[in-house]
Design a protein around this ligand. Sequence first.
Ligand code: HEC
Length: 230
Amino acid sequence: MKSVIGLFTGGLIIAAAFGSCKHDPPFDPTQHSVTDNCDPDTVYFVNDILPLIVSNCAKSGCHDGSGEEEANELTSYETIINSDYVDAYNANHSDMIEAVTSGGGEDKMPPSPNQPLTSAQIDLLKTWINQGAHNNECSGGCDTTAVSYSTTIVNTMSNYCNGCHSGGSPSGGIDLTTYAGVADIAGDGRLMGSIQHNAGYVAMPDNAALMPECKIDEIRIWVENGFPND
Ligand code: HEC
């Protein structure tokens, strides 16, 4: 009798799994594509989306794979897709978009006192989802010849770091929204040590993989040039 019930429940689970499959048109979560030829109208997961999600959602104790939110880890493509917060090709049906736009309600993400996402960041998420929520990466466009604080570094800090390193109580007491804050960790070696995941430093971005090589190279060049406020 037990085994009959077991079979029956198993069948239901399989039926439910197929029935609830929302990924239509065809969606292959294992496909990671890298292009040199970057399209300005395409939003790239590795370049644009992962850093945004990690720095705003995967802070310690949040969607970082530990504690209460373990089941809802958001630190990699796989965990983001498995979370079921993303309905590929359909931003309007994606819980992730609902969570970041729910007008300050109780379930609004990220919860206060964290900064809400900007409308530009929400648009990036929506476009990525509506373009199919692919695991895509743009490897071109790496220009290390014209690195400056006001363009290159400010952008990288904003995309990869400031979700945690900003506000009233920035992570580690380090505010990376100002030149003074970035110069401080550039000068004492912690900036390069942490982003290269060197021994003796806490690896950054926290809970995430190394940044793309180009981003690390750009920062290295700026630091080697004496981290000018240019
Ligand atoms: C998800 C949140 C998060 C993100 C994103 C993040 N950090 Fe951190 N960072 C932390 C936390 C938390 C600490 C404190 C860690 C500790 O003391 O154990 C920290 C500490 C640091 C430290 C001190 C490390 C040391 O060894 O003393 C540096 C430097 C740093 N972060 C730089 C960065 C840079 C640069 C970025 C972006 C490339 C970044 N962080 C992105 C959360 C984050």
